[in-house]
Design a protein around this ligand. Structure first.
Ligand code: 13P
Length: 281
């Protein structure tokens, strides 16, 4: 079923698990991610940056994702990741996305509340869920680099006030992960995460999931993470494999020869991540 973030995260909270949110870059990757979720019998969140949404086309993404959800018999959310632009958010809601993230994390606290509230009013009226972010996650996302000095971990008291005033469906927290980090392991501040979890009831979201170790995945889910974002690991492996094959295969053979093995790797990684996200004791 094509469904909302609110629905899949309510189920994840009941079952103490996280739902995987995977950044797609094209329609082929989208299909591989949904196939993986279907094999693992779990819901999944397909997320697009503003750039990918504009490249593929929002209406096309809505049509394809809702059709694949039906075909593979799995609950799928289509989510707009890190949107800052009100016109793009409104376009996604109108096009049929089932979830949007308003990223006001670089704004002063009150401005973040005001911007988030405006998105919540518009999105909720259309039955669309909203994620917002408090604190600043480091690293690089869709070409935008966050200066290490600008990284700020989420304050637990601010989180409680923010959720109370905005009525969001999920809160992205800054707890030491970085977007785009591939080679090294992430250092997570579990004390901060535990204090946020104790202060709020809303489902929590981890950004910069690439680089989080298997043990830490387990730990953060036990501390309230219900949406787990993974982007870079899929992109790096897709690019690596297809680059190798484009270099080997003749130009007059089908493009499938370069793309399908790269998709198989994406599917494998997604299945492995999902198995870690759901098997929490
Ligand atoms: P990574 O690319 O570091 O896995 O982060 C993905 C993400 O958080 C998307 O918002």
């Amino acid at each position: 079923m094509y469904t909302t973030l609110k629905n899949v995260l309510a189920e994840a909270s009941q079952l103490t698990m996280a739902v995987g949110a995977f950044n797609t870059h094209n329609l082929e990757m989208t299909q591989a991610i949904i196939k993986a979720a279907s094999n693992q019998k779990t819901p999944v969140i397909i997320q697009t940056s503003e750039g990918t949404a504009q490249y593929v086309g929002m209406k096309t993404l809505v049509a394809v994702v809702s059709s694949l959800a039906k075909e593979f018999g799995v609950n799928v959310v289509l989510h707009l990741d890190h949107a800052k632009n009100w016109d793009i958010i409104r376009e996604a809601v109108d096009a049929g996305y089932t979830s949007v993230m308003f990223d006001g994390s670089s704004l002063p606290f009150k401005d973040n509340i005001l911007g988030t509230k405006r998105v919540v009013e518009y999105a909720h009226a259309a039955g669309v869920s909203v994620e917002a972010e408090l604190g600043t996650v480091g690293g690089t996302e869709d070409g935008i680099v966050v200066n290490p000095d600008a990284v700020r971990l989420t304050e637990p008291e601010d989180a409680a006030e923010f959720i109370d005033k905005t009525n969001i469906d999920a809160l992205a927290v800054a707890i030491g992960t970085n977007h785009g980090q591939y080679k090294s392991k992430t250092n997570i501040n579990f004390d901060v995460l535990d204090s946020i979890h104790a202060a709020v009831e809303a489902p929590l979201v981890i950004h910069g999931g690439t680089g989080v170790s298997d043990d830490d995945i387990h730990h953060v889910i036990n501390s309230g993470i219900r949406k787990f974002n993974v982007g870079t690991e899929l992109l790096v492996n897709w690019n690596r494999k297809s680059k190798e094959l484009y270099g080997i295969n003749k130009e007059n053979t089908s493009n499938r020869n370069n793309v399908v093995p790269a998709l198989e790797i994406v599917q494998e990684i997604v299945e492995h991540k999902i198995s870690l996200f759901k098997n929490i004791d």
